[in-house]
Design a protein around this ligand. Structure first.
Ligand code: TK8
Length: 348
């Protein structure tokens, strides 16, 4: 009897020790078990704010396909579109807490958390996408990604939201003074808020998923976003005037929860890294194509398109300058200079 009990205890203790030593392996939960080698079965929740028709949605679908291919179907990316898991800020916080694995937000709503991203909210920095690519894919973009781990995030590179333009339901906007009194939804970002205030507008920061109904109910008169977003979010149904302000270029940043990342094997990390970059190249191409096409489509849908001259753009820039100078000090003047130097280089 005694010796039976003894054996019983031993045979229970040994597997328990093995489990404690991390030999459990083969977990199917998204949390998985600590990094062993190879590829485990994992489900990876990836959420974005835009819908499936938007180039970001197409990029996320592509990412899911690539991850599946590269992992022989073991890593499954489960995509959530249209802020189903929440807006940019909320999803980013979920990543930090280890409750969600991936999101691809605009950099702007993250500035409260990672202030240096605010340099991308300065207006009229880039003239075209090539300049943005040079900065984002170059040393400066990399330097900002390296700030993420201290916030429990891993950055795998930049996708593209793009050049923003203004829409509103009140009147054509062609000049700086046309902004006066317009109630404009802005992203939750201090630079945007103060820049629109400087122009005499009445900005209201708001999460993206609330914008359509705020425009519909006329809680705000206008909003600003790239043409592909104006098109795929159907703002033409609730906005009459489209001004080609091209005032800011917004990047998307591809984020992974660090809590999740640290559990992955080097092989799994490599798969996600490669897929984020490859899907990002595809996403940028689709985005550029669809932004080009959207202008004609929005006209056909009945929007009145107003051009903004270079002279007026320079005028707006001069009005906003004190705001930018203030934030340059806050974000780091060296960093800002580095950005302008890299733009200059890309322009040559
Ligand atoms: C979508 C947002 C959106 C952004 C905004 O999640 O909030 O206006 O431009 O695209 O990131």
């Amino acid at each position: 009897m005694k010796s039976w009990m003894k054996h019983g205890i031993i045979s229970c203790v040994v597997p328990a020790l093995l489990l404690l030593a991390g030999c459990g392996g083969g977990s199917t939960a998204s949390s998985g078990s600590p990094a062993a080698g190879g590829i485990q079965e994992r489900t990876i929740k990836a959420g974005i704010g835009l819908n499936q028709e938007h180039p970001e949605g197409k990029g996320l679908k592509k990412f899911a396909e690539l991850v599946s291919q590269k992992s022989g179907g073991k890593l499954k990316v489960q995509p959530f579109y249209d802020a189903q898991l929440g807006d940019d800020k909320k999803m980013t916080e979920a990543l930090q807490g280890g409750l969600q694995e991936i999101t691809i937000p605009s950099t702007s709503p993250l500035v409260g958390m990672i202030k240096e991203f605010g340099i991308f909210d300065f207006p009229f920095v880039f003239q075209d996408e090539k300049e943005a690519d040079a900065v984002l894919d170059g040393p400066l973009g990399q330097k900002l990604l390296e700030k993420l781990p201290e916030h429990n995030l891993i950055g795998l590179g930049y996708w593209e939201n793009g050049f923003r333009h203004l829409t509103n339901s009140k009147h054509p906007v062609r000049k700086a003074e046309d902004f006066k009194g317009l109630k404009i939804r802005t992203m939750q970002n201090q630079v945007h808020l103060e820049a629109f205030q400087a122009l005499g507008a009445n900005p209201t920061p708001m999460a993206f998923s609330e914008v359509f109904s705020a425009l519909e109910s006329k809680t705000v008169d206008g909003q600003e976003n790239p043409l592909a977003t104006i098109k795929t979010s159907k703002y033409d149904e609730v906005q009459r005037y489209l001004s080609l302000t091209k005032h800011v270029y917004t990047p998307f940043v591809f984020l992974v929860s660090k809590k999740f990342w640290d559990k992955l094997s080097p092989e799994e990390q490599q798969i996600l890294r490669e897929a984020a970059v490859e899907a990002g190249t595809y996403q940028r191409e689709v985005n550029r194509e669809e932004n080009r096409k959207a202008l004609e489509e929005l006209k056909n849908l009945g929007m009145e398109v107003n051009e903004v001259s270079d002279e007026e753009r320079a005028n707006m820039q001069a009005i906003i300058k004190p705001v930018i100078d203030k934030f340059a000090k806050e974000f780091g003047e060296d960093l800002v200079k580095e950005m302008y130097d890299q733009v200059e280089k890309a322009r040559q």
